[in-house]
Design a protein around this ligand. Structure first.
Ligand code: HEM
Length: 134
């Protein structure tokens, strides 16, 4: 919410206006990222994500207070899954990762093996115990 009249990129914004940051667009902007829509995790090794280009947890006063916890849990979970299971492709076809519409960005095409994936996670949490220490 703008606390005073201001001008952003030439647009006059009156006080009390609700402003939404389009993080989705910023994260895919070719003016901001090299080869913007390619999945290149290595781009973050050389500090390309520094500054406020990458904001999965928001920024500013209302930034996500769980960011540090979430980053640790996600890496630990992923690392545990990779370490504890043998992984193989079930098809040579590329997985369709197109986005559907919705607030939490659902997939356009759901995974076909949903039940198998659910069973897999259940097994990971119960029998294997590999990530029980989470
Ligand atoms: C990968 C996991 C997570 C993502 C991507 C995420 C992302 C976000 C985003 C984008 C916001 C809004 C920030 C803004 O308005 O600028 C937010 C807010 C918030 N998040 Fe998270 N979050 C995650 C995990 C967590 C966890 C683990 C916790 C708590 C343990 C948490 C607690 C909160 C709270 C309380 C807010 C509201 C903060 C406020 O409005 O002042 N989040 N999160």
């Amino acid at each position: 919410m703008s606390s005073a009249n201001c001008t952003i990129e030439g647009y006059d914004v009156p006080s009390g206006t609700m402003l939404l940051v389009n993080a989705w667009a910023i994260h895919r902007d070719p003016k901001v990222w090299d080869d913007a829509t390619s999945f290149k995790p290595e781009r973050f090794e050389n500090g390309e994500g520094n500054g406020h280009k990458l904001m999965p947890f928001g920024i500013g006063r209302r930034t996500c207070p769980g960011a540090s916890l979430a980053q640790r849990i996600v890496s630990l979970t992923l690392g545990s899954l990779i370490q504890s299971f043998e992984w193989e492709r079930v098809t040579t076809k590329e997985v369709d990762i197109n986005e559907g519409s919705g607030i939490t960005m659902p997939k356009a095409m759901h995974y076909k093996k949903t039940r198998a994936i659910a069973a897999f996670f259940l097994a990971a949490f119960t029998k294997n115990g590999a990530i029980a220490y989470l």
